[in-house]
Write a protein that binds this ligand. Structure first.
Ligand SMILES: [Fe+2]
Length: 198
């Protein structure tokens, strides 16, 4: 059975960008609900027990049609949020170094141009979804709780949750202010680690 992963930092630790209230609701309520609903599907369908979440969401088409949507939404919700927490740190912000800096420079020219493009894509997500930086430097978006790996793409380097539940308590409808502030907590060290281990 899946469990809600603990955060590597306190709920209040990202408060210069995301309040403790939002982190508590987002992690303890929203993410927990995805975990609980994913576990409920597995409970009712023992043939998919013991699989990783990555396996479940990348093989969703092979399961009973009646459970595919639930696996996609709740499995994706668990995968995406587990990934998102790792993309932020109280010591985050600034610019990437080394190989990741080179990747971004090669694709976008400079860091600010990358930030502008990522931000534009995040603002362009209609409704709920996610923005991702891929190991080839591409910026992609997914709707709802869809994931890059379920689309046959490589494991991502970085993601941003642009569901309203990620920012509404702090920023109301101002997704642009949320994104602008989020760059101050991006954990580029974790991005570099994922890039080097790809
Ligand atoms: Fe979320």
């Amino acid at each position: 059975m899946f469990e809600l992963p603990s955060l590597n930092y306190d709920y209040e630790a990202l408060s210069r960008s995301i309040s403790g209230d939002v982190m508590r609701f987002h992690h303890d309520k929203h993410h927990q609900t995805y975990v609980d609903k994913l576990n409920a599907v597995i409970e009712a369908n023992p043939e998919i027990k013991g699989k990783t979440v990555e396996y479940l969401i990348t093989n969703v088409g092979s399961f009973l049609p009646s459970i595919q949507t639930a696996i996609r939404n709740h499995g994706g919700g668990h995968y995406n949020h587990s990934f998102f927490w790792l993309c932020m740190s109280p010591n985050g912000g600034g610019e990437p170094k080394g190989e990741v800096a080179q990747l971004i420079q090669a694709k976008y020219g400079d860091f600010q141009s990358f930030v502008d493009e990522f931000t534009a894509r995040a603002l362009g997500v209609f409704g709920s979804g996610w923005v991702w930086l891929q190991p080839n430097g591409d910026i992609i978006t997914t709707a709802n709780q869809d994931t890059p790996i379920a689309q046959g793409l490589d494991s991502p380097l970085l993601c941003l949750d642009v569901w309203e539940h990620a920012y509404y308590l702090d920023y109301k409808n101002r997704r642009d202010d949320y994104i602008k502030s989020w760059w101050n907590v991006v954990d580029w060290d974790s991005v570099a680690k994922r890039y080097s281990e790809r």
